[in-house]
Design a protein around this ligand. Sequence first.
Ligand code: FAD
Length: 493
Amino acid sequence: MRIKNVVIAGGGTAGWMAAAALSKLLGKNLTITLVESDEIATVGVGEATIPTLLTFHQLLGIKEAEFMAATQATFKLGIDFQHWLNPSTSYIHSFGSVGRECWAAGFQHFWRRGLDLGIDDDYGQYCLELEAAKANKFAHLKQTTLRYAYHLDATLYARYLRKFSEKLGVKRVEGKIVEVKTDLNNGHIQSLLLASGQQIEGDFFIDCTGFASLLIEKTLHTGYEDWSHCLPCDSAVAVQTQSTQEAIPYTRAIAHAAGWQWRIPLQSRVGNGLVYCSRYCPDDEAKRSLLANVEGEAISDPRLIKFRTGQRKQHWNKNCVALGLAAGFIEPLESTSIHLIQRGILRLLQLFPEADINVQDADEYNVQTKMEMESIRDFIILHYHLNQRDGDPFWRYLRNMDIPPSLVRRINLFQQSGRFFHQGDELFGEYSWAQVMLGQGIKPKGYHPIVDLMTATELQTFLHNIRNPIKRTIDVMPSHHDYIQRYCKSADH
Ligand code: FAD
């Protein structure tokens, strides 16, 4: 039987991203219905993104300036990790490439030998995006392309995508799902029963009901792989504040005694939150700590969110794919959740069943998604595990806990020789891993012998010739704020 009717349960970021992409890319052949409940709020956070979102928008034909104005968006060049190694250090993980590499060795090898020669520049000083972030500058450049992402208002983004999807024929049904009906023979989902009595039938269902995971878990009992032993944060408190300064082009992730705080600058306001482990910090204390550490007056009530880090044992089960929080959750330290939604949607489109759902498609979807999530998990653990913060039991636990062997291997290799190898199509590449490993205090013992093909003077010239054009480019770039005013100023701002 041909798949004709697709039903999306849930209208948060995941639901509307799925609706937008399916209607744009497969819409002519499908009837798409999205069910969401006005009674049940979306999670209301999820406002920092990574550069892959630009690809998603290009696929959909979304116009950047219009989207940014509609969602109060600002540009994001990376994340500033404050006090993660210890309370007196900070580093930026930027989205850009760093320096220049050769076929055998990444730039960190050249930089590392520079240290031996007394050139003590930070690794990040060889990255245009990182230096632009520090200088609070942004522009779409003619001579080179900056790698950037956005900070956006999650509610406005869902609204924007809703408009986009409805224009392409997506039918929105408002109502609370009270029951999910399944076929007694094969266990596939048949329909959603709403509180109004209305029944929404479908051939294929996408579970975007957030942490409620009504279809994939409450109905199909798919099971969950729990990662909280190595990512123990299980709570967040979030609050919005008025801006007290012009928006900066990066996210702040500030380490706290039992977690970390985010600051996400939008055009009109700032999104703040504290992610923490309730074993080491009661909810009341977290709330107090967050409110004591925001800049600007709160414009929303602090909201408590509970979560369990991990993923569904199957992301695609029977005739249901879970996206967003229904599929699993890795805390937002590297802003990867929206990216995972987008990857899930594109993977689903690539494996979209022609007629009957076959188990091979689902298996492939599950294998790819799990690998992707596990490599992101390892990258997040890296930030925590390599801390040297004294005194806090939370950070001591993270330092001493067992970590996945895949991560141990990577840390040891980098520590010894500065080497890193990208695997498959994992999200974070060598520049990202190198920035975080160096930022978290690893100084590789050695470097690749190919670097010694340069004399000391040649290496100095090589490094100088990378740094100087970066400085010159940044000198002539406008401030981030000025650029936004010209390019994509929001009407409400
Ligand atoms: P939700 O937003 O919770 O939406 C669920 C939808 O399901 C709603 O429309 C609701 O009405 C509907 N629903 C639920 N039950 C029913 C029912 N019975 N009947 C009808 N409808 C129902 N991601 C990032 O990429 N960057 C970040 O910076 C980031 N920060 C985060 C910070 C925190 C603290 C958390 C918890 C998450 C963060 N995320 C971040 C993740 C991001 O918020 C989510 O991936 C994203 O918002 C998608 O959520 P969702 O659509 O899956 O769920």
